[in-house]
Every structure is written in C-alpha cells, then in structure tokens.
Design a protein around this ligand. Structure first.
Ligand code: ATP
Ligand code: MG
Length: 296
C-alpha cells in the first residue's frame, strides 16, 4: 500500500511539461518507478521513496502541510504560492534543478508602445499568477493596475476585451507572437526546484541519498571529457581556453617529443568557439565526449 512507513514522499507533476523533465531526471538518477505514471503514486525501486503524482499547482501546499516530504515544482508556481503567503516558513529547503526553464512575463498587444512600468498604470492584467503580478506592480510603482485571474487562454484576453495585458509564462515567445502580443517585462526567471519541508532524521538520510544522485546528474549535464593532440609548447594556453577544466592529464605521443595528448574534464559547456580556438593553438584530433555519471 501507499502508507509504507519510513518511506520518503516526493510529489511530482503527474503529466505535463514539468513531468517530462522530472521523469527524465529520475531516470538519469538511476531510479526506476514500479507503477505506471497514470496511478496516484509510484514506488522507487532503488531507494525507499514513494512518488506522489499530482497537478503541479498542488505541490507547494502538499510539502508545506507535510503530506509530502519533498516536491519538484516550477519556480513560477512555488514563488506564486510564497508571494501569496500560503507557505509561511514550512518549506525550508529549496534547491535549483536547472531544467524546465521559462520566464514569467508581462506582455502587451504589439501595437502598444512600451517604455516602462508606468505605461501599465490603470491596466487590467490577465494572469494565473496574481500574487507575483501584484507584487511586481507594487514594487515598480505602477498605479491603479489590477490582476484579473484567468486559468488558461490568457493570450486571447486582450482581444476579448477582458484585460489590457497578460502576465504568463513564456518559453519561446511563439504563443505570444501568434496572438499579437509582445513581452514588455520579465518579472521572474523560473526553473524547476526541489523543495522540502522539515524532515525526521531517518527521512533526511533518504533525502540526502536522492540529492547526491541529483547533484551527480547536474554535474555531468554540461560536463564533457575533452581529448586532443597538441604541441607541448601550447599546453598552458590550451588549459586557459578550456572552460572550468581540471588540471589536464598530459601524455607523451610515441615518437613525437614535441607533441602531447591532453585529456581533461570541462565542467561547463564546450562551445564551438572553444574548439576553433584550440585548433588555432595547434590542437588536432579534438574529441568532446559526454560524461554519463560523475561523483566529486
Ligand atoms: P497541471 O495539469 O499539472 O496543472 P499545467 O498545465 O499547469 O499542468 P504545464 O504546461 O505542464 O502545466 O507546465 C508545468 C510547468 O512546467 C510550468 O509551470 C513551468 O514551471 C514549466 N514549463 C513551462 N514552460 C516549459 C517548457 N517550455 N519546457 C519545460 N517546462 C516548462
Ligand atoms: Mg498547473
């Protein structure tokens, strides 16, 4: 049954954009779920963790009430609950996860010129983030504006005449553009968060095991194993170009005393510009490999 005592409860979105990224994370953590995603909960096979499958909007309150020990939720949803004063101090642990990135933006019909917050004076702003919207309006000295709560289809609110502007999450901006809207202000940069309430000693240990796996995944996400052949004389310059690299391992190339093989782990993204610079410094046979797992 669900009430296995001692199991840590983790609330995640059942279905949706955050769910896709969350299940991907759990998989990369080496965790397998024993039940189908359509059930109300699933059990992790490798650790004593039960996964609650819920609407993302319910996750902060489930953690704040103690019904779930941990949750994975978008910063947009979490910050809205916090700004609304509904969490008090009952969610002490908040850790950034680096995926499901989006922005919460105020957008206006394209034909309206926007030069600053005062242009929003007196406007009705359609949003499902009223607490964050009202807080931003107050912090930015906008007068007489009010948020109008809508739970979907914000983009058409201005055309329907029920609002003058919208405040909604934007990832590519395509939806706004298709509805004749343009971003005026970004009021929050959001990413998925791991949140947690007060835990017993026993559950804190399980949470630590989960966090350790998550950190391993995060560390290996951008990290690459980079190898190349290079002139011995260029080692110093090459090391300086590699982003967040460990001290490289230098191996002699057989029969070429002037040349070495350079091996290292880069902890930040290795972009094309870096590779071009390496070539310019005399490197050849450059290989950039994905890292599956990494422990510090
Ligand atoms: P629910 O039925 O659980 O209430 P929803 O319709 O509120 O789902 P989704 O559209 O699935 O929510 O988005 C969930 C969360 O995913 C958003 O609140 C945001 O934090 C994040 N998100 C938004 N845009 C993207 C994106 N393009 N890619 C990944 N995650 C995103
Ligand atoms: Mg939702």
């Amino acid at each position: 049954g669900f009430d296995a005592s001692g199991h840590l409860r983790l609330a995640v979105q059942k279905k949706g954009r955050l769910a896709d990224d969350t299940f991907d994370l759990l998989k990369r953590c080496g965790l397998t779920l024993s039940q189908s995603k359509n059930r109300l909960y699933a059990r992790v096979q490798e650790l004593p963790i039960d996964i609650l499958l819920v609407r993302d909007d319910d996750i902060p309150a489930l953690v704040a009430s103690g019904a779930s020990d941990l949750g994975i939720v978008g910063g947009n949803v979490f910050e809205e609950e916090r700004a609304g004063g509904r969490l008090q101090d009952r969610v002490p642990m908040v850790q950034k996860l680096g995926f499901s990135r989006c922005r919460l933006c105020i957008a206006l019909p394209k034909e309206k010129n926007y030069s600053g917050p005062r242009d929003l004076d007196g406007m009705r702003i359609a949003t499902s983030y009223p607490a964050l919207t009202d807080k931003w309006l107050a912090d930015n000295g906008v007068e007489g504006a009010e948020s109008v709560v809508m739970n979907g289809a914000h983009e058409i609110a201005p055309r329907l005449g029920v609002a003058d502007a919208v405040c909604d999450i934007v990832s590519t901006g395509g939806t706004l553009d298709a509805n004749g809207l343009a971003v005026a202000e970004t009021i929050l940069n959001s990413e998925a968060l791991l949140i947690g309430g007060k835990l017993s000693e026993e559950k804190a240990k399980i949470a630590e095991a989960l966090k350790l796996r998550i950190e391993g995944v995060q560390r290996s996400r951008d990290a690459k194993y980079v190898m190349m052949n290079a002139p011995r004389s260029a080692i110093e310059k090459i090391s300086a170009v590699l982003p967040s690299a460990d001290n490289p391992t230098i191996l002699e190339l057989a029969g070429r005393p002037d040349m070495v093989a350079v091996h290292t782990v880069c902890r930040e993204e290795v972009v094309w510009e870096v590779l071009e610079e390496l070539k310019r410094l005399g490197a050849s046979a450059i290989l950039v490999l994905d890292i599956d797992k990494m422990l510090a």
